[in-house]
Design a protein. Structure first.
Length: 246
């Protein structure tokens, strides 16, 4: 990973919601294969930051590129971007009226024009990967939260996303299910997937992060490798935040 080229680049990016300045002069890049963990207080702009990467929100100024292509508001462009950049949310966002298998195959069949049999083969492979092959024919409501979140991860893998974004993927889970999701994410990190993860699970962060980012009030306050971030953060704001959550 260390010398790979950047695959996501923010260059002086600003984002407003009306008059509210949600991202302030963000310049940061993520290299191919890098695992970046983003933390910070509620309302600091973490979700906004990652939602701009796959076109769920749009920045107002500066330049944001993903895989060498500038992100801009255009439906065809965003359609392509969403195939390349998978997103896992706090809420699992599965289709309730489709089985697990159908949830995994619908995107590849409809969007990527993969044949149904190939889509099913791929789906079963990734259900193995997230360790729930036996749940293929169930509906999401029959699964635990941890299982549903693993289906959501498998769904992104089925789309062959090159970049995976996670927005507090374990925040909606009961405590006993958090680790089963984090374990799958650790394994995904081991495959070399480029990942940007918003989370306050600092055990996970210490294990997988190449880079830690701390945001506050729409700014990136601190960017450091975990060994520096957790032992000697440069800013008082970051130190105070870590004192609270660790
Ligand atoms: P975080 O994920 O760090 O909690 P967000 O990126 O969700 O922060 O939000 C950053 C700030 O932007 C918050 O103050 C939030 O209220 C505001 N915000 C987020 N989404 C919208 C929106 N769609 N319209 C107006 N304000 C928003
Ligand atoms: Mg958020």
């Amino acid at each position: 990973m260390p010398d790979n080229a950047p695959i996501i680049t923010f260059d002086h990016v600003d984002k407003f919601y009306g008059d509210f300045h949600a991202l302030k002069d963000i310049s940061i890049s993520v290299r191919e294969g890098e695992r970046m963990v983003v933390c910070g207080p509620s309302g600091s702009g973490k979700s906004t930051l990652i939602r701009c990467i796959n076109g769920l929100e749009f920045h107002n100024s500066g330049v944001l590129t993903v895989d060498g292509v500038e992100v801009f508001e255009d439906s065809k462009h965003i359609y392509r971007l969403r195939q390349e950049v998978g997103m896992v949310f706090q809420q699992f966002n599965l289709f309730p009226h489709l089985t697990v298998l159908e949830n995994l195959t619908i995107g590849p069949i409809k969007v990527r024009k993969v044949s149904p049999s190939e889509a099913e083969r791929t789906a079963r492979k990734y259900l193995e990967r997230v360790r729930i092959p036996e749940q293929a024919d169930k509906y999401p409501s029959a699964l635990s939260g941890g299982q549903q979140q693993r289906v959501a991860i498998a769904r992104s893998l089925c789309m062959e996303s090159r970049i995976m974004l996670f927005d507090e993927p374990t925040s909606a889970l009961d405590p006993e299910m958090i680790n089963e999701v984090l374990d799958v994410m650790v394994e995904l990190a081991d495959t070399g997937m480029t990942m940007v993860v918003v989370t306050h699970e600092m055990g996970f962060a210490r294990k997988v992060a190449d880079t830690m980012v701390f945001m506050d009030a729409g700014e990136i306050v601190e960017t450091a490798p975990p060994e520096v971030f957790f032992t000697n953060p440069a800013s008082a704001r970051c130190r105070a935040f870590l004192d609270q959550i660790l």
